[in-house]
Structures are given as C-alpha cells and as structure tokens.
Ligand binder design. Sequence first.
Ligand code: AMP
Length: 180
Amino acid sequence: MLAVLLGPPGSGKGTQAQSIVKKLGLTHLSTGDLLRKAVSDQTKLGLDAKGYMDSGELVPDEVVIGLIQERLSEIKDVLFDGFPRNIEQAVALDKMLEGIGLSLDQVINLLASDEEVLQRLSARNREDDTIETVENRIRVYKDQTAPLVDYYQAQGKLRTVDGMGTVEEVFDRICREMES
Ligand code: AMP
C-alpha cells in the first residue's frame, strides 16, 4: 500500500497519520518530521531549511525530493504525509516510484474549513506557528498544494474525507475510505 495524506495545515493530518500507520502497518514518511529532525540536529540541510519553515514557505523541491529519494529502499508500505506539496513534487514522486516499478494506490484528501483550520492552528504551540507563519502556510497550501487535488483526481486516486468532528470520527471515515 502506497498512500498520500493530503490536507490543509491544521486539518488534523499529523494526528490521523499516526493512527493510520499504526492500524494498517505502514511506514510514516513525513517530510515535516524529517526536516524538523534535521533542524534540531543542526545539519547543513536543517540550517538551510529553517528559514523557509519559520516563515511558512516551502523548502526547495530538490531538498525534500532528495529526502524522499534517500528513503526509496524503505518504500513499500508507506503513508506519505506532507509530501508532495506541489505539482513538481507530485510528478517527481510518480517518476521515482515508476523507476522502482511502483505507483501510488490512493490519496486521502482531508477536508477542513478555513475557520476550523485557523481555530486549530491558533490553539497549537509549535515553534513555526506564529500568526504570520500560520497565515502564510494557509496561503501556500491554497496556491501550491491544493492543485494536487485535481492532479490526483485525474489519476482516479483521490478519496475525499470530511475532516470535521472528533479525532475518532475522522479516523473511522478515513479507514472506511482506505479499506473500501
Ligand atoms: P509540516 O509538518 O508538514 O506542516 O511541515 C512543516 C514545514 O516544513 C512546512 O511549512 C514547510 O516549510 C516544510 N515542508 C514540509 N514538507 C515539505 C515539502 N514536501 N515541501 C516543501 N517544504 C516542506
């Protein structure tokens, strides 16, 4: 199983990703987690990425694509979380997978209203969650990441899930979609 979890910042994606990988036995591949680790380890890549992350911009494509490429050998049963973030990354992922004879099975699109997203994000307390950063992350999502919905719809892989409700309710919906 190769799946992507899509959804705006604050849609509950990270929480749901943890439950999904546990239930379905998938490897959780989160570029956000990999980048935060690089920042805390103070690697060159982390130092280069930090400014983009602090302002809510996307880290350059070649950096995140490189992070995924390094993990290609682990890619068998994977939930991609936070990657791809734009069409270029989606095309690169399709090519990388094709190169090892694989392709994505499904893309879960978690829906959340702007209001809900803003409310959830302002209640959160991560280092890159200042108001300016949050607003920029939402803008970047709409401009760069939301077009992936049409990209995967055209591939017939998109499954849409209502992200409103309790964590458990949303998780049940995701499981029903992924298992159907
Ligand atoms: P996340 O935890 O997925 O919300 O990611 C936190 C930050 O890391 C984002 O705001 C971006 O700056 C950066 N980031 C994570 N994944 C990507 C990606 N696929 N492409 C570019 N930047 C990313």
